[in-house]
Design a protein around this ligand. Structure first.
Ligand SMILES: Cc1cc2nc3c(=O)[nH]c(=O)nc-3n(C[C@H](O)[C@H](O)[C@H](O)COP(=O)(O)OP(=O)(O)OC[C@H]3O[C@@H](n4cnc5c(N)ncnc54)[C@H](O)[C@@H]3O)c2cc1C
Length: 295
């Protein structure tokens, strides 16, 4: 497989990137780490003649933690996220998701922004970020706006970004304290390294002091056209301890909410079964993290 003829434009600023996008749209695509774009160009899934690199825009890099939460620049690599010292307490779910993605070589170039803006249904970070009620910062020449992550994702490889808009940062609000909140991400792939998720589940649970559930959030990955928030889980688990009966009830509603497809990685029925198993594992891991003092 060879890369087709494309003209590479190195944007030096957001204005520059946006001007290039406007000039060449719809025959242009932004390139972050390129781990999706280059594969898509080689396989012919993507057919554009202009590629605009974001690598020279320094303001898209780096992570910052404050009272407002975590700000992750869109060009932060998955590897940088995985090794960040900010991923403590409820943020640990981001370590779960980033450390199990792809392989080291891919994680060192693939970006957080690309994992979200690519809108691939099996992407690992969006479910974990949605559990943490993440918002996205979007820039355009007209100004900045923010929106919940789920509003960006419209369907497989389809986003609500306008043609001159760029995802600049991922804004993760501070989770509740680790003494009462735990979050965990579980995925199943056909092998440990360099394999995309066949199914994944992200869970975030806030507990009362007696370990009954105050609030629960569950998001499924790879089993619907976009990450699926299972809204009914919150009502179902509220006021209950995560015993076998509660876990089975949550697994059942998650399996019902899934809308999996059959492909070479597994049948729809197999994926649905996985959702049940991963739901129980993720909820239990979230609870253990609270019982273990947020570890
Ligand atoms: C071998 C291999 C294994 C992989 N395994 C996994 C895996 O296990 N889990 C997983 O989730 N993914 C996996 N991937 C997919 C890919 O690595 C990730 O989705 C990665 O995070 C994409 O980031 P990127 O920076 O490379 O994006 P790019 O390929 O550069 O871009 C992806 C898309 O996002 C758009 N984009 C990027 N940045 C922005 C921005 N700031 N604003 C607006 N649009 C933007 C691009 O235009 C493009 O449409 C794998 C890929 C490979 C090649």
């Amino acid at each position: 497989m060879y890369l087709p003829d494309v003209e590479l434009h190195e944007a030096a600023s957001l204005d520059d990137a946006s001007a290039l996008l406007s000039r060449y749209a719809p025959d242009a695509r932004l390139l972050a780490g390129g781990t999706d774009v280059l594969v898509d160009l080689k396989t012919g899934r993507l057919n554009v003649h202009h590629v605009i690199t974001l690598g020279g825009i320094n303001q898209l890099r780096g992570m910052m933690s404050s009272n407002d939460g975590l700000r992750i620049g869109a060009m932060t690599t998955i590897g940088e996220l995985e090794h960040s010292s900010f991923l403590k307490g409820g943020y640990v779910i981001l370590h779960d998701a980033s450390s199990r993605m792809a392989a080291l070589q891919v994680r060192n170039v693939a970006t957080v922004g690309g994992n979200i803006a690519g809108a691939v249904p099996c992407a690992d970070l969006p479910p974990a970020l949605m559990v943490l009620k993440t918002r996205l910062e979007i820039w355009s020449p007209g100004g900045k706006r923010t929106m919940p992550l789920e509003e960006l994702l419209l369907g497989p490889r389809e986003t609500s970004l306008q043609s001159d808009e760029i995802l600049t940062a991922i804004l993760v609000p501070p989770p509740p304290p680790p003494e009462c909140f735990g979050a965990a991400y579980e995925r199943f792939a056909l092998r440990e390294g360099n394999a995309i998720a066949v199914a994944s589940v992200a869970a975030g649970v806030e507990f009362e002091s007696d370990m009954t559930v105050r609030e629960a959030r569950l998001v499924l990955g790879a089993v619907a056209p976009m990450p699926r928030l299972v809204e009914s889980v919150d009502k179902l688990l509220a006021g209950r301890r995560l015993d076998e009966s509660a876990l089975s009830a949550a697994a059942n509603v998650a399996m019902e909410a899934a809308e999996p497809i059959s492909d070479i990685r597994g049948s729809a029925q197999y994926r649905r079964e996985l959702v049940g198993i991963l739901t129980k594992r993720a909820l239990l891991k979230a609870a253990r993290r609270v019982e273990g003092g947020g570890a």
